[in-house]
Design a protein around this ligand. Structure first.
Ligand SMILES: [Zn+2]
Length: 219
């Protein structure tokens, strides 16, 4: 079974270092349909203003691929920050695969965002750790950036792609997780984050795709 990964450019925002950062989502197509990993930016206008967001509708981004939101059968959120789940509401027909620990974190730490998204009405598929979502498509629990962060692993014939989410903002953090100079927000729990980074490296992914960086790292 061949899984194909296509990156979507969903927004740009002012990153924690002051530079413009892209916001990517990923479409993973499989013989039975398509999966979307992260839905881009949404939230109260105040939040979008704070981050100097230049936003794009995920429907427009999908239209570039001759797809529409209805083509997405399933959504995976790496985590529930506003730039990763902001347009979940566009996919009301689809289940959202999220770590249970991440939904609790959001409810606890960001009640206003939680209310804004009205998450109680969403159809969640709550996960407790690693899970195979489809043959060849897995999520792995990688806490540290947030308490319930997860990465997506796509396996092909002897190859593997890692959609790293915010486990590493940039190739630099991916390459050197031991560095003492972490960008603000990279890790809410540094020791737990380093453990997750060790785990990610032990998987030896062939390609690593970032949400907030255009470079693809080849392993
Ligand atoms: Zn994040």
């Amino acid at each position: 079974m061949t899984l194909e990964i296509t990156r979507l450019h969903l927004a740009s925002l002012q990153g924690v270092d002051g530079a413009r950062w892209p916001v990517h989502g990923f479409v993973v197509t499989h013989p039975g349909g398509a999966v979307l990993v992260d839905t881009g930016v949404g939230g109260p206008q105040r939040v979008l203003d704070d981050w100097r967001v230049v936003n794009r509708s995920v429907a427009d981004a999908l239209a570039d691929l001759d797809m529409s939101p209805a083509d997405i059968g399933l959504v995976i959120n790496t985590h529930l920050h506003f730039d990763h789940c902001g347009q979940n509401a566009v996919f009301k027909h689809a289940p959202f695969y999220v770590q249970r620990a991440e939904l609790s974190r959001m409810r606890r730490e960001s009640p206003q965002l939680y209310d804004w998204f009205d998450f109680m009405n969403a159809r969640f598929e709550l996960l407790d750790g690693d899970a195979e979502v489809l043959p060849g498509l897995e999520v792995i629990a990688t806490p540290g950036h947030t308490a319930g962060h997860q990465c997506v692993v796509v396996r092909g014939d002897g190859s593997s792609d890692l959609l790293i989410g915010d486990a590493a903002y940039t190739p630099r953090q991916y390459a050197d997780p031991a560095s003492e100079r972490l960008p603000a927000g990279q890790a809410s729990d540094v020791p737990v984050w380093r453990d997750s980074m060790r785990r990610i490296h032990s998987l030896r992914p062939e390609r690593v795709h970032f949400c907030h960086h255009t470079e693809i790292v080849h392993g």
